[in-house]
Design a binder for this molecule. Structure first.
Ligand code: FAD
Ligand code: FES
Length: 282
């Protein structure tokens, strides 16, 4: 069944601080929660007023369910960077907001022996749902997506500047999820870049591995390079700034390679945000 994105009214169901400048908000919106899949996103804006006028895109962190197990809401995590993200830290339970979604393609259902998710900073947010699905702990979408075969291993390689920015480690403590952390300053886990953790992992598991990545552009470029050198398939989730979110304004274009070796612009909001790394002109 194909669903088109819709504008929904949602009610704030929870707000929590996850790390320095990092928060998570739960929005009660059963229709969206039932349909959305890992790696998809939605646009969020206040229900009242016109400042900001445009919604901002956020990736699904996870869905949550009622006592009967029916998905009733979505949670997203965010770093405070500007107007809306600052405003959102003041939202309270019961506030009404507008949310537009589900949007974008999301990550494919994993189809390899090993899955490695590589996150930089707040780029960790899509991977809670990705990992829960890959480990067979949870299902998403309507109809629910089917895991063809559970990967033998699922790993999160997670890099941040320093320990104070590490968010959601409790949420990620899923049975059998391996978590490798790198910090730039060595305050937690491996001192250095997350690409070093990825390289170690690829050396250990061989070539039947899919890599899913989200984070700052230079880090994603480095991850794509490591995967290319190792002949491993890699998907990147781009966080291109967006205005409309549904394909109308072309503010979110990125260069994508065609089969004949030329490239063309593609809209990240409708044809992404997830692209095969080898297709992108980085
Ligand atoms: C598909 C997608 C999923 C995303 N998921 C998340 C998520 O789960 N959590 C999260 O924290 N953020 C996520 N982002 C980024 C998030 O949308 C921006 O941080 C947000 O729009 C900032 O809004 P603001 O009103 O607070 O900032 P603004 O006031 O709009 O901007 C503040 C500053 O940030 C810059 N900026 C805004 N958006 C971006 C961007 N996308 N990339 C680089 N610079 C930007 C502006 O140019 C400006 O300098 C996602 C982006 C996309 C495209
Ligand atoms: S954000 Fe308008 S076309 Fe993508």
């Amino acid at each position: 069944m194909v669903f088109s994105a819709r504008q929904h009214t949602a009610v704030v169901d929870g707000i929590r601080e996850m790390a320095k400048d990092t928060w998570a908000i739960r929005l009660r919106q059963p229709e969206l929660a039932e349909q959305i899949t890992p790696g998809q996103f939605f646009m969020v804006r206040p229900a009242d007023g016109s400042d900001p006028l445009l919604g901002r895109p956020f990736a699904l962190y996870d869905t949550y369910a009622d006592e009967d197990g029916r998905p009733v809401g979505i949670e997203f995590g965010f770093v405070v960077v500007g107007k809306l993200t600052s405003l959102m830290t003041h939202w309270r339970i019961g506030d009404t907001v507008e949310v537009w979604g589900p949007l974008g393609n999301g990550f494919p259902v994993p189809a390899s022996e090993h899955l490695v998710c590589v996150a930089g900073g707040i780029g960790q947010t899509p991977f809670l749902a990705v990992a829960a699905e890959a480990l067979g702990l949870k299902r998403y979408g309507l109809p629910q997506r089917q895991l063809i075969e559970r990967p033998k291993s699922v790993t999160l390689c997670y890099g941040v500047r320093s320990q104070e920015y590490l968010s959601g480690l409790d949420d990620f403590s899923l049975p059998e999820l391996q978590i490798d952390v790198a910090t730039d300053d060595g305050s937690y886990g491996h001192r250095g870049f997350v690409t070093e953790l990825l390289q170690q992992k690829l050396d250990a598991v061989g070539q039947d591995v899919n890599v899913y990545c989200c984070g700052p552009e230079p880090m994603m470029k480095a991850v794509a390079g490591v995967c290319r050198d190792a002949s491993v398939k890699c998907w990147l989730s781009l966080e291109t700034p967006m205005a409309c979110g549904f394909g109308a304004c072309f503010s979110c274009v990125t260069k994508v390679r065609e089969d004949d070796g030329t490239w063309d612009y593609r809209r990240t909001c409708v044809e992404g945000p997830v692209f095969e790394a080898e297709r992108l002109v980085l």
